[in-house]
Design a protein around this ligand. Sequence first.
Ligand SMILES: Cc1cc2nc3c(=O)[nH]c(=O)nc-3n(C[C@H](O)[C@H](O)[C@H](O)COP(=O)(O)OP(=O)(O)OC[C@H]3O[C@@H](n4cnc5c(N)ncnc54)[C@H](O)[C@@H]3O)c2cc1C
Length: 333
Amino acid sequence: MSRIAIVGAGLAGLTALQGLKAAGHQVTVFDKSRGSGGRMATKKLGDASWDMGAQFVRAHSDAFAHQLSQWQKEGLIAAWPATLAVADDQGIHPSPDQVERYAGMPRMTGLSRALAGTADEFITATRITTASFRQQQWTLQDEQGQRSGPFDALLLNTPPQQAIPLLTDAPELISLCQQVDMLPCWTLLLTLQQPLPDLPDAVFVHQSPLSWVARNNSKPGRDAEPEAWVLHAGHDWSRAHADVPRETVQQQLLQAFQQLAARGTDQPLTIASQWLHRWLYAIPANPLDSGFVHHDNMPLALCGDWCHSGSLEGAWLSGRQAAHWLNQFMPSP
Ligand SMILES: Cc1cc2nc3c(=O)[nH]c(=O)nc-3n(C[C@H](O)[C@H](O)[C@H](O)COP(=O)(O)OP(=O)(O)OC[C@H]3O[C@@H](n4cnc5c(N)ncnc54)[C@H](O)[C@@H]3O)c2cc1C
């Protein structure tokens, strides 16, 4: 049986995990966070929760549509029939789009948790800092100096900038990682004392620091939770404000939301709690078109949305392709 290590429990790594387990390999997954999901993260504060990264999942390809219907049957996702609007200089008006959107159940991380549960070992709160390839085997070391291995193959599912330090024994892959520009995204999470029923559940916002706002408690299974809003700043605004003090960013995003809300409702905005998060590597501006990356003669692959396209679907497709390649490289038991 081959022992395989996956660094990163994002959707790409967890999808690869499914393919590698199906081929009979023994797989250990590492993540620096306390849980799984990466950019599908959910933040909890008291009895409120917010999907603070990916908001919903949707399918363009038949393969992913099939996967979504499987996950729906398993209760891992459910349709999110949100009232959707666009805010621009004409006002707030209903969005014409008819896209079927799904949310993870009971949160986005519900899906990743179920997938991560299939690993032989899932080691969290562990940032891998070194990957060494000696005598045809990989050994990993974390920031505490703890070593893990040996592994017969290694799959990196980190954003490209975070993969570079792990490529000292495969430096020829570094330039591919350097090619991809990952855009940042400031995110403000709010709970309100009073709901804002006049506002739609989600709004694509133009001509504002904000690009998207959504009422998290409008998602399936969250209706008993407090009124909780997720505010995503636009990528250009986030980059321009990358080094601005957090309090200033928070103030400006709040002000932008107040202005937006005032256009859709007369009710006052009464903030109960707020939380600011900066996604340094939110979305690839120029993903590779290779689907995944592999070394020509080492059991090493890289996957993630940055190798395919910037969405959960892109991550899923990338992880699937990487597992397929590793399964061909590593003979099944
Ligand atoms: C604000 C925002 C909104 C979005 N909205 C949507 C949306 O609505 N719909 C959609 O489809 N997509 C959306 N996306 C994009 C989607 O979230 C990503 O495309 C997808 O989650 C990427 O998955 P991944 O597996 O490639 O990487 P990630 O989810 O980034 O996973 C990488 C993992 O690697 C771990 N890691 C990194 N370095 C190390 C290390 N050294 N050691 C151990 N672990 C490490 C990280 O902790 C992380 O868990 C959004 C993204 C953001 C940020």
